[in-house]
Design a protein around this ligand. Structure first.
Ligand SMILES: NC(=O)C1=CN([C@@H]2O[C@H](COP(=O)(O)OP(=O)(O)OC[C@H]3O[C@@H](n4cnc5c(N)ncnc54)[C@H](OP(=O)(O)O)[C@@H]3O)[C@@H](O)[C@H]2O)C=CC1
Ligand SMILES: Cc1cn([C@H]2C[C@H](O)[C@@H](COP(=O)(O)OP(=O)(O)O[C@H]3O[C@@H](C)C(=O)[C@@H](O)[C@H]3O)O2)c(=O)[nH]c1=O
Ligand SMILES: [Mg+2]
Length: 305
């Protein structure tokens, strides 16, 4: 079955790359945008700077995709504290304009949001309707983006995910740990923030399934790997799996530290595990445990969900 024409906005981000790869198998045509109008692999695509929101509607009118998947965002959590206007423009204003154009043209929209919309004082996995209270600029801008998309009237899904990584590309914790682990004997990693590391292939598989079934009930859904760990636990797992595969000669020592011992400009939630039941039931998804997600990512085997 063909998914028709799908436009991936932000086609060279870590999620955008994986979406293009995954959807190419099922879609009649995968279109993409980057800021420059070129893909990192040299291919051509559409140019779209999300800082210029007035360019969005004309582009969609010209391309007329069946679905838009928005994988673009301002994701530099610490830098956002000193660039709040830019974070707001990319994460809130642009998604709102994108969604309005989708509503006008009858295009379905899949948009991504984050666990950082929560303050982390929860005691059990967060459900979609739990109260949001972002602790940082990035989280606030993403929450405003959710609200703008919801208000647009577009047939949409807002997928809140968490701790996203890919083994082969992008700026992410896995790749940072593999790099630092090769350089140092000892790392200090926070052990009091809990969440669920989620590979981009899992997200791309879920999007393919969603587009295949269609967006029935608009709204927010949670989508992340199952289970939970801390950044320290994730780091330990990364080194164990990397050494087992010969990706690293030996694991560094990973000292568990408190958040207070790793000061950063942005405050982060202490607990942001997401309850994914709603999306799993609605779309018949089986979400792997985060550790299995890590293994598959490092094996480089592509998964079909
Ligand atoms: N990374 C994570 O841990 C998590 C991410 N998410 C969400 O998932 C989605 C995908 O994130 P991820 O793939 O990790 O993000 P990346 O940072 O890897 O990719 C984001 C993409 O957005 C593009 N972009 C940023 N600003 C602009 C702009 N002004 N105009 C056009 N493009 C722009 C970037 O392009 P360029 O490189 O040119 O700046 C980049 O290609 C986002 O909505 C994010 O908020 C949710 C939870 C966790
Ligand atoms: C590199 C490093 C980080 N840390 C800590 C800092 C932070 O609390 C945690 C993770 O660091 P990062 O910078 O990768 O995390 P961060 O940029 O906060 O990751 C977030 O990105 C945004 C886009 C999201 O939406 C979130 O879901 C989440 O994935 O690990 C250490 O304790 N030791 C280290 O050596
Ligand atoms: Mg980061």
């Amino acid at each position: 079955m063909s998914l028709g024409r799908v436009l991936v906005v932000g086609g060279d981000g870590q999620l955008g790359v994986e979406l293009r790869r995954r959807l190419a198998a099922d879609a009649a045509q995968v279109l993409a945008t980057t800021r420059s109008g070129r893909l990192a692999d040299g291919g051509a695509c559409e140019a779209l700077d999300l800082g210029e929101a007035e360019a969005i509607a004309p582009l969609l009118r010209r391309l007329r995709p069946d679905h838009v998947v928005n994988a673009a965002a301002y994701t530099a959590v610490d830098r956002a504290e000193s660039e709040p206007a830019l974070a707001q423009a990319i994460n809130a204003v642009a998604p709102g304009r994108l969604a309005q154009a989708c509503a006008e043209l009858g295009i379905g929209l899949v948009h991504f949001s984050t666990d950082y919309v929560f303050d982390g004082r929860g005691q059990r996995p967060y459900r979609e309707d739990d109260a949001t209270a972002p602790l940082n600029v990035y989280g606030r801008s993403k929450l405003d983006g959710e609200r703008a998309v919801a208000a647009s009237g577009a047939r949409h899904l807002i997928l809140r995910t968490a701790w996203v990584y890919a083994a082969d590309q992008g700026h992410n914790f896995l790749r940072t740990m593999l790099r630092l682990g090769g350089e140092r004997d000892e790392l200090r990693v926070v052990a009091d923030q809990r969440g669920s590391p989620t590979p981009t292939w899992l997200l791309a598989d879920a999007v393919a399934r969603i587009l295949e079934r269609g967006i029935a009930e608009p709204g927010v859904r949670h989508l992340a790997a199952a289970g939970e760990t801390t950044w320290h636990g994730f780091a330990e797992a990364i080194f164990a799996e990397a050494v087992a595969r010969g990706l690293l000669a030996r694991a560094p020592r990973v000292l568990p530290i408190a958040t207070a011992e790793y000061p950063t400009p942005a405050q982060r939630p202490a607990y942001s595990v997401l309850d994914t039941r709603s999306l799993r039931e609605e779309y018949g998804l089986e979400l792997p445990d985060w550790r299995e997600g890590l293994r598959v990512s490092l094996d480089g085997t592509s998964h079909n969900g």
